[in-house]
Design a protein around this ligand. Sequence first.
Ligand code: EPZ
Length: 422
Amino acid sequence: MDYLKIKGKSALNGTIKISGAKNASLPLIAMTILAKNSVVIKNLPSVADIKTLLKLLSNLGAECQFLDDGVIVDTSSMHETKATYDIVKTMRASILVLGPILARFGHCEVSLPGGCAIGQRPIDLHLKALEQMGANIQIKAGYIEATAPNGLNGCEIIFDKITVTGTANIVMAAALAKGETTIINAAREPEVVQLCEVLHASGVAIEGIGTAVLKIIGTDRSLLEIPEFSIIPDRIEAGTYLCAGAISRSQLTITNTEPNHLGAVIAKLEEMGFELDIEEKSITIHPTETIKPVKIVTQEYPAFPTDMQAQFMALATQAEGVSIIEERLFENRFMHVSELQRMGADISLNGHTATINGKNTLSGTDVMATDLRASSALVLAALIAEGETNVHRIYHLDRGYDSLEKKLQNVGVTVERLKEGL
Ligand code: EPZ
């Protein structure tokens, strides 16, 4: 296993290019199951989760040809419809193949994803919606066995909770269903919007894109001709690097980004005293003398994203005063707190609310990553800690950040990727 050795008190200077969005890439790769043609996907990030999903598709008989900045996926020869535990256990987003496979083949077996570090992560809403569309769903020996021998039928679906991958799964299932599907309380994340836009460009009639009510008229199992597309920039990677500039009091520019996807994050950085220059595809953050404390409540898009909660907690340790962060989406998304406390952060927890009593002097030490975004928070803390910090188990980081240490080295951070035990 690898770990990152980061020298503290780093000042960052320069420009970081943002990669394609992991959470847009995953549903869009699953969507290729609906295609009759080879699908060309550009600006794909080089992260472990993408490789995992492409491996899953290959195991099911798809052909993947990698390009310099993307991949060509041909699912015309797909013959398998069982997503096995060995792959699904490593990435719960594999559940995204359920809707497309069921819609196209009329049957599908997907291993139950199980929980993960940040919470139990149920998929009951995905399954309930597919049953409403006419699927028969059985849970047997840890697998979801779904059948719809005569295809899926469009219907009205009301999601009890807003679910990002749940919305994506049902949008893809509805694209090949018979008749119209209305999804009420749909997720509005930019990643869901891009999925809808690409399906629309593939001839699927979709209304309400970007709103909480989506209307999809299915093709009744006619496969789609999907045009080439480029993955939208990763708004969470962008937010993470803005926090890197903020916490290290550096002037830093991020390019190839979409400021419109970062409204809530930009607003909170400005509230904390940072000045940001916003251009069409780039953002420059400027250092501030005094970082102000902040109150954050994580909610669905376009409100403040849960995927930026850990990063802002690291930043809040440098604010002059008391910050409050409430995590409303996941039941266990404070795994980074104990590691930040070991570095000297003064954070107390009460249920889903964290109180950060800044400003803290952080000391470098050995810390352990527990999940994707928690690990990026530890990297941020390491940038300003006294001495060196070793961030262990960075396979979590590799799931969602493309070339993180290289991007940080390019802006002046002393960081090395080393092998445990050597
Ligand atoms: C997506 O996960 C993202 N992953 C997560 O990003 C992100 O944190 C999350 O949305 C919220 O924004 C991908 O897009 C691959 P949800 P997802 O279904 O779809 C409950 C990262 O760091 N729920 O929107 O799995 C659920 O328990 C990852 O990149 C049900 O109860 O999240 C949670 O409380 C981490 N039943 C809430 O809804 C269901 O059937 C939101 O979950 C589905 C969800």
